[in-house]
Ligand binder design. Structure first.
Ligand SMILES: Nc1ncnc2c1ncn2[C@@H]1O[C@H](COP(=O)(O)OP(=O)(O)OP(=O)(O)O)[C@@H](O)[C@H]1O
Ligand SMILES: [Mg+2]
Length: 566
């Protein structure tokens, strides 16, 4: 090996030994990673950061209340402090967090009650709340303050922060006392945030949360002291979410590996039949044919990551019954209807919840769509009215990153002119889409946009086309009615005049008699015209429906059903 190499300046540089380079080798904790990449959690830009904080706390409160079977009562208060700091306080009437778990729940990344379960909840990753704790300590230098009670008559208060180096929670200033409270209240101080009332603001976020969660009561106090109440408009608590098993076509190698590592099963074969959906002993036999050299009798805890990857590849080679959508909880037509009517008071509203579909071969999902037309629908600004697209995933509003989101893209891909909406961007309409799944394919940890998996994109587009067709019917009917009414009024004016003038000119008959006869003639003609128009209209609708169902076939056909297994 040469002793050195010449650099750009003609100097000799001796090579560095690997031992010296690797002296610098360090591990960092996941918490440290996110302090350096906080934009990945949604903490970028002052307004977005504040809305992200509200989003994380509110989604946690709603998840907790629903899991505990409690109708949620939420209070969100934002107070302005000196030097552009903001104090955020969010409290709920949920189950609270037992004192033994407060530190880890709110001060340790990747820990929580949700990320290891296949269950439809707003939270998935176990980083949202701790992300807020870290953002508070990074910007204001202060821990968050927590008040929690599980409703046992004792209230527990403490400060929580994160040891970023080790991703371990730090708890201080603990007090415990008797009191009548159940739920969680978090108070956190932030800098590098700002409040306004724009479409990206906490207020808009809460408004949309209220629309998708008509069973929640939300009370908001903004930094100016203005109070806004979003009342509960439905007493119906959503069905409690329950765990679903992952489907062989929807599981990734690292998830399978992790599941096998902690499984109580004795053999890989019995692990597969007991912990994955739709795996029967006969399916294991089929897998044995695809992987003849793999030992299905070995303990699942022994397998390597590479074995997990090989199994996932083998899953793709055989046919499976589509996964069940039992665990999915949509909002439902009635609830969406109540919520949109109470908030937007639209002139016309159409709501549709579609049957479940599957993406990536094994992940079931449901799309719900609605279009509100007129009233307060659409964005109302000083420069006029423009179209509003409201995106939701598992009832959580998605306010940011619309550009890369499958919902926004699919809504824009609809040929709106076909639905009597000539200028889509400036129409008085609100398009509502809720994506429901135990595993939402978010494009990033900030959870603000849904990735455009082909089946997801198609299904959103079809759902929006469904409701757009109703709007088209309404609008064309409205235009036709207005035109007919104007024509009818004009003709009736002439009839009256003619009925007065003709008997005078002809010197015979009475004007009453003539008016009756002329009116009868005109009404018969109107009826015939109406029948003709209806026929024409029906043909047009059938034509639109036909071309839509042709387009729909590709998405539907991607689900493979194995008849024998059904
Ligand atoms: N208001 C609350 N009431 C009861 N438990 C809560 C509340 N907020 C948080 N938790 C608990 O703290 C855990 C961690 O919350 P965190 O927001 O960090 O993660 P997550 O909600 O599980 O997932 P995500 O990172 O996707 O939000 C939750 O899983 C839950 O167990
Ligand atoms: Mg969360």
């Amino acid at each position: 090996m040469p002793d050195g190499n010449e650099n750009e300046n003609g100097e000799m540089v001796s090579p560095k030994h690997a031992d010296d380079i690797f002296e610098e080798f360090k591990e960092h904790s996941v918490a440290e990673f996110f302090t350096k990449n906080k934009q990945m959690l949604g903490f970028s830009g002052k307004l977005r950061s504040l809305t992200t904080v509200i989003h994380e706390y509110v989604t946690n409160s709603l998840d907790a209340c629903e899991e505990a079977g409690i109708l949620p009562d939420l209070t969100v208060k934002i107070t302005e402090l000196p030097e552009e700091h903001m104090l955020v306080k969010v409290s709920d009437n949920g189950p609270g967090i037992p004192k033994s778990h407060i530190g880890r729940a709110l001060g340790q990344m990747l820990s929580g009650t949700k990320f290891h379960r296949y269950m439809q909840q707003r939270g998935q990753q176990g980083i949202g709340a701790t992300g807020c704790t870290m953002f508070a300590q990074l910007t204001s230098g202060k821990p968050i303050h927590v008040r929690s009670s599980t409703g046992n008559g004792m209230i527990y208060e403490c400060n929580v922060s994160v040891n970023v180096k080790t991703n371990a929670p730090l708890i201080s200033d603990v007090t415990e006392y008797e009191g009548d409270f159940r739920g969680l209240e978090v108070t956190a101080e932030f800098a590098d945030v700002k409040y306004d009332r724009s479409e990206y603001s906490p207020l808009e976020y809460l408004k949309r949360t209220a629309i998708a969660n008509p069973h929640a009561e939300i009370y908001f106090v903004d930094p100016a002291g203005k109070k806004v109440r979003f009342p509960r408009v439905s007493q119906m608590l959503p069905d409690r979410p329950h765990e679903v098993q992952p489907h062989p076509l929807g599981v990734e190698p690292h998830v399978l590996y992790e599941m096998m590592r902690i499984s109580p099963a004795r053999k890989v074969g019995s692990f597969l039949t007991s912990e994955l959906a739709r795996v029967t002993p006969s399916k294991v036999d089929e897998l044995k044919v695809v992987m003849p050299d793999f030992d299905f009798d070995q303990p699942p805890q022994n397998i390597t990551w590479n074995d997990a990857r090989r199994l996932v590849n083998a899953f793709k080679k055989i046919k499976w019954v589509a996964p069940s959508a039992d665990g999915l909880r949509s909002i439902g037509n009635e609830q969406i209807d109540v919520a949109l009517r109470s908030l937007l008071k639209p002139e016309y509203l159409s709501v549709r919840s579609r049957p479940p579909k599957v993406y990536s071969g094994g992940v079931p999902f449901i799309v719900e769509a609605a279009i509100a037309y007129g009233g307060s629908a659409g964005k109302h600004t000083e420069s006029g009215i423009s179209t509003e697209i409201m995106r939701f995933a598992n009832r959580s509003p998605l306010l940011f990153d619309a550009g890369g989101c499958a919902v926004a893209k699919a809504v824009r891909a609809v040929d709106w002119k076909r639905y009597e909406i000539r200028d889509f961007d400036n129409a008085p309409i609100t398009v509502f889409v809720n994506f429901v799944s135990a595993f939402v394919p978010y494009t990033g940890a900030g959870k603000q946009s849904i990735s455009s998996e082909p089946e997801v994109f198609d299904e959103i587009k079809f759902a929006v086309m469904d409701v757009a067709r109703d709007v088209q019917r309404y609008l064309s009917g409205k235009v036709r009615e207005e035109r007919k009414e104007a024509k009818r009024k004009a003709i009736m004016r002439y009839i009256h005049q003619l009925a007065v003038d003709l008997p005078l000119l002809a010197n015979t008959g009475t004007s009453e008699e003539l008016e009756k006869k002329l009116t009868a003639v005109v009404f018969t003609r109107f009826k015939a015209e109406e029948a003709e128009e209806n026929e024409e209209h029906k043909t047009r609708e059938i034509m639109i429906e036909e071309s839509e169902s042709e387009a729909g076939e590709t998405a539907e056909n991607k689900i493979e059903f194995d008849e024998e297994d059904m």
